[in-house]
Design a binder for this molecule. Structure first.
Ligand code: HEM
Length: 150
């Protein structure tokens, strides 16, 4: 029972950190990209990465390790599947920014200039990801309450 509660706490905190950090990353990318600006982007990106780990680990445990309603319930639920489809969309949208920010970190570490030419595109991507997280909340709360059972 306590484990179930703990998983729910960490899952919801992960969501709060996720929405906040990816939104902040989008705003930082739309701002001036001098040294402090780039460091604002990368700090937000660190929190976004942490939230992904918290959400996926606790989510998988809740769905498939028997802490909530059991695997059967979720795989049959349309809202769960829509939630996972949105998650896949967010992950696919993340591939290019992720590779780019790794390059930024490497360049920054070597004292080289970073290529910020795609920053405004990645700002839009981050904002879209924040909106997709909010839509996930709608499906998640529905599925938890028996909606989406077909
Ligand atoms: C691999 C990824 C994920 C899996 C497998 C997963 C799975 C789950 C499960 C099993 C529940 C419990 C539902 C119930 O009480 O029956 C849940 C709840 C919830 N999830 Fe996720 N989740 C994942 C990622 C996310 C993400 C990225 C978000 C961000 C929006 C999110 C937001 C929520 C919310 C808001 C709830 C409802 C609150 C609650 O009942 O605790 N989940 N999720």
């Amino acid at each position: 029972m306590e484990v179930k509660w703990l998983l729910a706490i960490v899952h919801l905190l992960g969501m709060a950190i996720g929405v906040g950090s990816v939104w902040a990353r989008g705003r930082a990318l739309a701002g001036t990209l001098d040294k402090p600006g780039i460091s604002r982007v990368l700090t937000a990106d660190n929190w976004w990465g942490l939230s992904a780990i918290l959400l996926v680990v606790t989510g998988l445990l809740r769905a498939f390790a028997g802490y909530e309603k059991g695997t059967e319930y979720y795989v049959m639920n349309n809202f769960f599947n829509l939630k996972m489809a949105l998650l896949i969309g967010i992950v696919l949208l993340e591939i290019w920014p992720m590779i780019t920010f790794i390059r930024w970190r490497i360049a920054g570490g070597r004292g080289q200039a970073v290529d910020t030419s795609r920053a405004s595109l990645f700002s839009w991507v981050s904002t879209a990801q924040a909106i997709m997280l909010v839509v996930m909340v709608v499906f998640a709360t529905g599925m938890a309450r028996g909606f989406g059972m077909g």
